[in-house]
Design a binder for this molecule. Sequence first.
Ligand code: GLC
Ligand code: CA
Length: 560
Amino acid sequence: MAEITRKWYKEMSVYQIWTRSLCDSNGDGIGDLPGVYSKLDYIQSLGVDGIWFSPIYPTPNADYGYDISDYKNINPEFGTLDDFKKILDSAHKRGMKVFMDLVVNHTSDEHEWFKESMKSKDNPYHDYYFWRDGKKKGGKKPPNNWLSIFEGKAWEYNKDLDQYYLHVFAKKQPDLNMDNPKVREEVKSIMRFWLDMGVDGFREDVITFISKKEGLPNGFPIPIACGIEHYKHGPHLEEYLDEFRQVLNEYDCFAVGEGPMTSLKDAVNFCSEGPGQKLDMLISFDHMNADCFMADWIKIPFSLRKLKKTFDRWQTQMYGKGWNSLYIENHDHARIIERYGNINYRVESAKMLATMYMLQCGTPFIYQGQEIGMTNLKFDSINEYKDVMTFNNFRLFKMLGFNEERFLKLSAKVNRENARTPVQWNSSKNAGFTTADEPWFKINPNYTEINVEAAEKDENSILNYYRKLIKFRKENEIVIYGNFKQYYKNSGKLFVYERNYKGQKLLVINSFSDKIVKFNAPDGYDMSKGELVISNYPVRGQINNCFELRPYESRVYLFK
Ligand code: GLC
Ligand code: CA
């Protein structure tokens, strides 16, 4: 079997921060960097080894930071470069790495490059973007039929230039023309700017979209993201990734790329170690589709078999070649308890889900609030929402006959904004997130019960369970480097897998059922020889090869 090379990034667990909702230090209702700084003790106490910041650059907030107007500065709402350097320095002193979000598929339309590009067709920045003449008589039709992922057509008309620019996301997110070598130089210069400052690597936003097919041909007609087949893995993607990799190689850093539709085969190709390696890990979406079809909003009943099959493929086919990233929450998805877990068993299912994903092979990411089991929030009106994607989906679902009420009901289950409500620190006003009367976004009223302070006091809290898991992973090489083998693949109730390393075995047993489920040890196991190392229920007495699992129970046994 392939011996896995040891790397620091394989041994870490990472905490993801969406700054706007973490903690507000100056009472303006918006989370900020001094707020993050004030929580470093807490973040360190989780046992994580790194922090990934969702974008903290200047931005007009069309996509809350994923529309950048200056790549070498800090969003003034969040603070200053000095505030950032203070965090970087303090994190490093604590032995934690810091990763930035690198968003280079597009900029903000308020970025200087775009403003210049709009000035004239012969402006040196014009070719930084995809400016094209319209089609048909008088150019009155966009250059092709592409539709954006966030906002209607993928083309926006500019009267002065009498041209259209491409935006596969929102109108205020024009796509960069990566085929222009000057644009690639800019990207490399941005990377160096942060790496020279001491940043330890990047999470690369929709990096697999950066190459568009020559000639921008029409796409297959679908009502959203039409044209995506021409850029989801464009002709020059691998070349450009190689080029950026050369910069990364000059530093002791790592890069995890977001690949919304990337196949496992391509992921193995991108992440395989050795010459030609493009990325250290990939953020895949496959395992986030166990209760939806293609996208979160097209909801179908949760299928454990689908989830297991996906994990199994990624675990076994990546092993010994590349490295997986592991996550079940981030700023783009609703809270996991209400997707793959059960709100009626909030604590049990949150712990089970944590066990299920964190003990697989890969680097686990934990999204702010996940570690205390934060939940979704139902809004009373569409006007309470903030995100361009929500409004676009409202428009689309209205065409399908949804009224506001029905839309809000669906949204409370699937909307990514569910993950963006402020972190609940304590039971005081506004959950201790801000001293302002009005936080920038609604706080989940369940903060009086679900909050960090309460979780700290409860030794059986989800929070303390996460700490245990993170510590266990760190102290046991089998969790980091062991291979993966699944049992009972056909079970619709249990997800059981084994990790195997240097003669040791770890058996991870997870029940996804709200009923009692019988468990039989897999062939060859003598459970009485195992040491129970993690569990989300009290377990007493002698363990036989057959026992009953309680709702959403997790047990992890180590066999030496
Ligand atoms: C990525 C980000 C998401 C953002 C989109 C456009 O998917 O994670 O939040 O809206 O890219 O930048
Ligand atoms: Ca603030």
